[in-house]
Design a protein around this ligand. Sequence first.
Ligand code: S3P
Length: 172
Amino acid sequence: MKNIVLVGFMGTGKSAVGRLLSRRLKRPFVDLDDRIARQAGRSIPEIFAAEGEAGFRKREAEAVEWAAALKGRVIAAGGGVMLEQANVERMRSAGLLVCLSARPDVIVRRVLASLSSRPLLNGPDPGARVEELLKLRAPFYAKADVTIDTSDRTIEGVVGEIQKELRSRNAE
Ligand code: S3P
């Protein structure tokens, strides 16, 4: 059974949706950032501080390689996974790529409380940074198989949309 891989920008709800979806589908949940932090023995901001973004991306690619061998899971990937074509190909070969999206203002509202755990947004103007990164990343997120806008939906609503999509593809 293929995996369901949740991708998309920070603050679009991947972890919360992934946890509920895994319960609904009775499939184990895997959070790639948790795996990276465990393997490194440091938190994500600590990895960025000590090893730079390049060090983090290397660890992320290794986690993707590991995850691509899994079956029947719900996997939440970090927001940058789609930036690397090799990651996209590995994840797609092992599952359906479901991209969660949201409007920039909604993303900013959701991430404001947790900026210290998001090194890429934790600067003087998180709002401008979100806009800038969203523009840069749009073509990469467009490579997903399905995109669901979470801006005006509850977590339950998003999970329901994903289940509908899975049913239509006979993938539930
Ligand atoms: C990142 C997103 C984060 C985490 C890291 C880099 C990104 O994950 O992997 O800070 O490049 O978008 P979430 O999307 O789960 O916040």
